[in-house]
Design a protein around this ligand. Structure first.
Ligand code: E4P
Length: 217
């Protein structure tokens, strides 16, 4: 399973990159605003800064809601850097724009996916990635992991190449569950990745090894 980090914070992206386990980055307008990155030029520059830190795909979201606007924006984003993936909302015009970009060989990430039907449409339109929002479904007492399973099942039935990018991952257990289900990618905060490191027996064991080493030296 590929690990993407879901942030626009450059320090956190560097931290994950330095671990050697990072495969890409996802951003959205809210994550940009959280870092105080506002205005078209600053946002475009920030995408390039992110691409210069990581080796893998970097999702950059359009803000247009009509197909013409999405195509114009997406083409400008794709020209910024070869690692940019055009992130499109799951609405009718987003599906049309996805089909356009996939026919041009430009990578896409269809976002704001909350149902298997939406994921099926994204795959039919040739999306590179589909982003079901796990955490936001859990937030409204709906089983987000079940949606990931349904999409896995449907995509496997027909051999769709669209990669399931489990998004809105909130914590480490989501990461493990996505891996069990067979999600192709997960995107979550740095804490959800670093949480995988933690086990008290590792800490206890290491402390003992170091103490025993000191006894003999
Ligand atoms: C990523 O592509 C999504 O925009 C993101 O994972 C949403 O996460 P949230 O539900 O925690 O805001």
């Amino acid at each position: 399973m590929k690990f993407f980090i879901d942030t626009a914070n450059l320090d956190q992206i560097k931290e994950a990159q330095d671990m050697g386990i990072l495969d890409g980055v996802t951003t959205n307008p809210s994550l940009m605003a959280k870092e105080g990155i506002t205005g078209h030029d600053n946002i475009m520059k920030h995408y390039v800064d992110i691409c210069n830190i990581v080796d893998g795909d970097v999702s950059a979201e359009v803000i247009s809601t009509d197909v013409e606007g999405m195509i114009k924006e997406g083409e400008a984003l794709a020209e910024l850097h070869e690692q940019i993936v055009v992130k499109l909302p799951m609405i009718k015009d987003g599906v049309k724009a996805c089909k356009y970009f996939s026919s041009k060989g430009i990578k896409t990430n269809v976002t704001l996916v909350f149902s298997a039907g939406q994921a099926l449409l994204a795959a039919k339109a040739g999306a590179t990635y589909v982003s079901p929002f796990l955490g936001r479904l859990d937030d409204i007492s709906t089983d987000g992991l079940n949606l990931i399973s349904e999409i896995r099942h449907i995509y496997d039935n027909y051999g769709f190449e669209t990669q399931i990018l489990s998004a809105s991952v909130r914590h480490t257990m989501h990461v493990i569950d996505c891996a069990k289900i067979g999600s192709d990618v997960m995107t979550g905060p740095l804490s959800s990745i670093e949480g995988l490191l933690k086990h008290p027996l590792t800490d206890i064991g290491l402390a003992k090894f170091l103490a025993d080493y000191k006894k003999g030296n």
